[in-house]
Design a protein around this ligand. Structure first.
Ligand SMILES: *Cc1c(COP(=O)(O)O)cnc(C)c1O
Length: 401
């Protein structure tokens, strides 16, 4: 066949846009166009000897969907090709991915350093759960890499961070922290949900593992939960594969299929949302009732230069503080007609969240305030509606303050 010599027959030679549509696709003998959903838990073997070979690892075929399934594998391969990772594993949720990444790398007696600005449940795992199992954790202000260096101990085995952070969109210098982690023999795990694989590539910046909640932009249409961990074949195929195989935080083939269809449009959706988010940030930045707007590629962002250096664009989330406090923030949110009050993000539908009273209400007030989560702060996830409508919606909301 003439296509054998076509350079694009090698999947690694294709652009990210092409990976999102074709990456990892394996067709059954029926030759279906769209990815097939293999909604099965087990597999049959042609003979007892074949079963033996498969369990021994001499035959690479499937055994049981807790740890391998063709639809989940298509999702994993597509994600790995997009991210430029050697390997990936799909998980049931983003939190299953974060917990698996940490638990597979750490054991009792180890120490983990984490940026303190984290998604609520991630902070819970690092601050409350890991110490229960004899793994000490230190939380630092992630904006200055020197704080990570100062917190490292001889038994520090992992460094964990997200950038931009939830909900204040602070940035962490991933390349600088990777260097610090590696100088101490620790792995760097980056939660890349807010930036998305379209705008930031932590592995290229030196991270060892990248985690996503696929529930967010990858599905992006409010349908299914999912997560994914990406990294070297050694890390993923070793401790991480074993942890998933033996403990079972596995991804459902149905959810993997939903995520595969989500990936086909990820690039288009994230680009459109980002273009609108930048316009919304500009609008809010010049509004007299707004005290500050936080958007990674907006000149008002305190870490604007770092944002320009490590992110290809500012992504789809905008945080802003209304003058006044909670009463004014509630008044704005409650007057919106298009933007919905919810706590999800990365969705086609624009969503506004008041972190102080929802996602971060568990934190003590002084901890919230030191992280910049003030009563007037709102987090906006910009969706796929008309940017003109979103700005008009916010303009009306602001007029009600
Ligand atoms: C949502 C989210 C998670 C958790 O993902 P789930 O799919 O909800 O379990 C982790 N980290 C960040 C930054 C998130 O936004």
């Amino acid at each position: 066949m003439s296509r054998k010599n076509n350079p694009l027959s090698d999947p690694t030679r294709r652009s990210p846009e092409t990976q999102l549509v074709h990456g990892g696709t394996e067709r059954s003998p029926f030759g279906e166009t769209s990815e097939a959903m293999f909604m099965n838990s087990g597999y049959i073997y042609p003979s007892s000897a074949a079963a033996e070979a498969r369990f021994k690892g001499d035959d690479p075929g499937y055994i049981y969907s807790r740890f391998s399934n063709p639809t989940v594998e298509m999702f994993q391969t597509r994600m790995a090709l997009l991210e430029g990772a050697e390997a990936a594993r799909g998980l049931a949720t983003g939190m299953a991915a974060v917990t698996t990444a940490l638990m597979s790398q750490l054991r009792a007696g180890d120490h983990v350093v984490s940026a303190r600005a984290l998604f609520g449940s991630c902070r819970y795992v690092v601050e409350d759960y890991l110490p229960r199992w004899g793994i000490e954790s230190t939380l630092v202000d992630g904006r200055d890499p020197a704080n990570f260096a100062a917190a490292m101990r001889p038994n520090t085995r992992a460094v964990f961070l997200e950038s931009p952070t939830n909900p204040t969109l602070e940035l962490v210098d991933i390349a600088a922290v990777a260097e610090i982690a590696h100088a101490h023999g620790a792995v760097l795990i980056v939660d890349n949900v807010f930036a998305t694989p379209i705008w930031q590539s932590p592995l290229a910046l030196g991270a060892d593992l990248v985690v996503y909640s696929a529930t967010k932009h990858i599905d992006g249409q409010g349908r299914a939960m999912g997560g994914v961990i990406l990294g070297s074949a050694e890390l993923i195929g070793g401790d991480i594969h074993t942890f998933i195989r033996q403990t079972g935080p596995s991804m459902s083939p149905f959810n993997a299929w939903v995520m595969l269809k989500g990936l086909e449009t990820l690039n288009l959706r994230v680009r459109q949302m980002t273009e609108s988010a930048a316009r919304v940030a500009d609008f809010l930045g010049q509004h007299e009732k707004i005290a500050r707007v936080l958007y990674p590629h907006h000149p008002d962002h305190p870490q604007y230069e770092l944002g320009k250096r490590q992110m290809r664009a500012g992504s789809s989330l905008v945080a802003f503080e209304v003058k006044g406090g909670q009463t004014e923030a509630f008044r704005l949110a409650d007057a919106l007609a298009v933007i919905l009050i919810s706590n999800n993000l990365g969705d086609a539908k624009s969503i506004i969240t008041h972190p102080t009273t929802t996602t971060h209400q568990r934190l003590a007030e002084e901890v919230r305030l030191e992280s910049g989560i003030t009563p007037g702060l709102l987090r906006l996830s910009v969706g796929l509606e008309s940017a003109d409508d979103l700005i008009a919606d916010l303009d009306y909301g602001l007029s009600q303050i």
